[in-house]
Design a protein around this ligand. Structure first.
Ligand code: ATP
Length: 297
């Protein structure tokens, strides 16, 4: 039998009388990029901490690379690259010294690997870690998670604090890890970044799995909020009933709507008028949840 990279069965975590996880079942296949999506408080960080044995389950089981995290010891930890959601880097040592120290603790890393990652992420290794900005601290966190080429990467909100260019570079790193046969478990509250790199995603809310999705399917249904400014007033009737277009409103020469999947019908209808500008933004996760799973709670 193939050993799952991560397997949780009936996983429950309570903090006092608050239940953070209500019996989680997930299975992540080796070599897969797995998105763990949910708004704040969904239980993502709790699940990740259980995977790393930073906290212990109230009930149920969790296995990482076929081992119980409680019993895997340093051998198991070396095979995992972990980026915590909140990084506290306050030391006086430079990023280079800190990374060299962590690399030695993990039994060494390939020569040149740290510099290669630092260059890719545009990180100055000579600076004291406590003096780095939030985004640069996040880069140190990413480098230490990837540097020893672990079998499993566990990344808690990895792109938080990174500007869009670096978010793209980071996603390239994730793809490279997958191409190398590594498994990536990545939490996020941004659907679009998960859509870009993941193969499958679990969508969490309130400590429960709301849905498990094939990311290709999610991509086909992607929602966008669209605003089009025309050269003059337009009629609402020209834009109602178009396939994949909903929640249409017209305010003088500005049209607002939501598209699901292809924007083709909308673009063709708009092209009959003079178009000044088009703005398309990703709805936040709550809005997407409501549109996809509104009736399911
Ligand atoms: N140490 C703790 N003590 C008490 N309650 C906690 C603790 N850690 C988490 N919780 C609660 O458990 C629930 C799940 O939190 P968790 O941090 O796992 O969610 P999350 O999906 O990671 O959200 P975030 O993105 O905000 O970290 C929340 O209701 C949170 O308030």
């Amino acid at each position: 039998m193939l050993i799952a990279a991560v397997r949780a069965a009936g996983l429950v975590k309570r903090y006092g009388n608050r239940t953070a996880l209500h019996g989680l079942d997930i299975e992540v296949a080796p070599g897969e990029v797995f998105g763990f999506l949910g708004p704040n408080g969904a239980g993502k960080t709790t699940t990740i901490r259980l995977m790393l044995d930073l906290i212990r389950p109230t009930a149920g089981t969790i296995e990482v690379l076929g081992k119980d995290p409680r019993r895997g010891g340093p051998q198991l930890r070396r095979r995992i690259g972990y980026l915590p959601g909140e990084l506290h880097l306050e030391g006086r040592q430079t990023a280079a010294d800190l990374l060299a120290f962590l690399a030695a603790r993990r039994g060494g890393v390939r020569a040149g690997r740290i510099t290669e990652l630092a260059e890719l992420l545009d990180l100055d290794l000579s600076r004291q870690v406590r003096k780095l900005s939030k985004g640069n601290k996040q880069k140190v966190g990413i480098v230490q998670a990837f540097m020893h080429d672990p079998a499993l990467l566990v990344l808690d909100e990895p792109t938080s604090g990174l500007d869009p260019l670096l978010q793209h570079r980071f996603l390239d790193l994730v793809r490279a890890a997958r191409d190398d046969g590594r498994t990536v478990f990545m939490s996020s509250h941004v659907l679009s970044e998960v859509q870009e790199v993941a193969d499958r995603a679990v969508i969490m809310r309130g400590g429960r799995v709301l849905a498990t999705e094939d990311v290709d399917d999610l991509r086909k249904r992607a929602l966008r909020n669209v605003e089009i400014a025309f050269g003059g007033p337009v009629a609402l009737a020209d834009f109602t009933g178009l396939p994949g277009v909903r929640d249409v409103s017209v305010d003088g020469s500005v049209l607002r709507c939501t598209t699901e999947g292809s924007a083709d019908a909308l673009v063709k209808a708009a092209a009959r008028h003079t178009v000044h500008s088009i703005r398309s933004t990703e709805p936040d996760l709550e809005e997407i949840f409501f549109a996809y799973y509104g009736g399911r709670e």
